[in-house]
Structure formats: C-alpha cells, structure tokens
Design a protein around this ligand. Structure first.
Ligand code: ZN
Ligand code: ZN
Length: 264
C-alpha cells in the first residue's frame, strides 16, 4: 500500500480518548504514516504537543490563526510560541495568515499577528504554514516584505488561481491541495493540480473540515487524504504511488526537522 502523509490536520479538535484514537487507527490502516497536526491558538498548540508526545507518527505546528487573534495579546502569544517551539515534535510555525472571508478579527490585527509570527519563524528557523482566504494580495505582500525565503513554507488548502500558484512557487513555497479538488465545482484546483510541477505539491485533509468526495459534508479525518491523492493521480494521469512518493519527499524536504524525528 502507498504510504501517504496528511500535511494538515487538526487532531486537537477530536475528542480525547476513543474518538481520537479511532481516527489515528483509521489513518494507520489507510497507509497514512505521518500526520502534521496544526495549532490555531497557543492553547490548541499545547494540546497538539501532548498528542504528539503519545504518538510518534504525529508532528506538530504551532501558531495563532487569523480567526483567533482578536482574543489575545500579541507579545504574550509570541513569547508562548517561543517556549512551545522548544518541544521536539515542532517542525513548523502555523497556521498563520489572513482570512478576509470570515473577518472574525479586524484586518489590521490579523496583519500584525501575521507579520510578527513570520518574523518569529525566521528567528526560530521554522518553515511557515499559511492560511489565506480571500486575502491573496495582502498575504503575498506581507510574505514578500518579511522575506521568509530562508525558511520557506506552504500555502495550505490553496484557493488562489493558477497565476497565483505560480507566484507562490516562485517565492519558494509549496502549494497544498485539500479535499475540494474532488468536488464537482472545484474551480481552478484541478488545473493547478495538473499544471504545477509535482515537486511543488503537498496533500492535506484540513480535518475535521472539508471532507473529500465521497464523504463530502461529513466529518473529515486523516485517512481520507487518500481520496485527494487519488484524484490528483487521476488528473495528472500518473499512479497513486507516484503522487504518494513525491508529496512525501516534498513534505520532508520542507519540514526537515520532521525527517530527523521520524527516522529516530
Ligand atoms: Zn486554514
Ligand atoms: Zn487548518
């Protein structure tokens, strides 16, 4: 069976105990050998670290999501993230970025948190995981201003057009494809999944959200990353094995610390 990696999951959002253990078991049964679980707040990041401490196949990312920035103090967050970054399972900073679709937090505040966390990632030498919804212009502008080319990163659950995907690639970032590529109305995603070099792609679930077809609308889980990988293989006319192998190589090229950790 092809070995797959879910590069973006929110494991802390499942109930501790039976629910979380069963989705981790399903992932293993589906050949998902590595899961990167993503923090959205300091507290959520801390919970993810605890999950990773009990599960060697789980790596973590720490960060404050643009939805949540209005509740917290920027300097306190940066200090807390700096502390959390010392944990051995941390391979990235994120998810960070801008969300002008929901606008749960004021845009100036989102931008301030985004910029400061990008700077922190450079200081800590960690790649970044970018959340960008309806904020392409400002997201690209801030990334270029801070210049994170020394650490690199990924645009998760990519939602831009092909021209933007090319721009993201020129900036040295990877493009991560999530479940919506399997939807009937997938927009530009199938074209992006076809046209970008395979070396630039990651795959993810963003679970528990965004379940791919045939589970659309249901609770998502890391095991379902297989459906997204199968769809990309079909679009590109290559084997699932090739997609699995190259996206895994891409993952460990970006999250190099994860490579050392998983090889023990
Ligand atoms: Zn996101
Ligand atoms: Zn997410």
């Amino acid at each position: 069976m092809e070995m797959l990696i879910d590069s973006h999951a929110h494991l802390a959002m499942y109930e501790a105990g039976d629910e979380r253990e069963s989705i981790l078991r399903h992932a293993e049964e589906a050949g998902v050998t590595t899961i990167l679980t993503i923090g959205t707040t300091v507290e959520d990041s801390r919970m993810n670290l605890e999950i990773a401490a009990q599960h060697p196949q789980v790596l973590t990312s720490i960060g404050v999501h643009p939805h949540d920035v209005k509740e917290v103090d920027l300097d306190q967050c940066l200090e807390a993230l700096r502390q959390l970054s010392l944990s051995s399972s941390v391979v990235a900073l994120g998810e960070i970025g801008l969300d002008y679709y929901w606008n749960n937090s004021p845009q100036e505040m989102q931008q301030a948190f985004f910029r400061k966390q990008l700077e922190l990632a450079k200081t800590l030498d960690l790649p970044v995981i970018i959340h960008d919804r309806d904020a392409h212009k400002d997201t690209l502008r801030i990334i270029e201003e801070v210049d994170v080319s020394s650490v690199g990163g990924v645009f998760h659950c990519f939602s831009g057009d092909l021209a933007m995907a090319e721009r993201v690639r020129e900036l040295g970032f990877l493009v991560s494809i999530a479940g919506p590529v399997t939807f009937k109305k997938a927009g530009e995603l199938p074209r992006i999944a076809k046209m970008l070099p395979l070396e630039s792609l990651l795959i993810e679930t963003d679970c528990p959200y965004l379940a791919p077809v045939p589970f659309r609308g249901k609770r998502n889980e890391p095991a379902y990353v297989r459906y997204t990988a199968e769809k990309i293989a079909e679009i590109r006319g290559v084997s699932l094995e090739e997609i699995a192998k190259q996206t895994s190589l891409n993952f460990f090229r970006l999250f190099q610390k994860g490579n050392t950790l998983q090889q023990g």
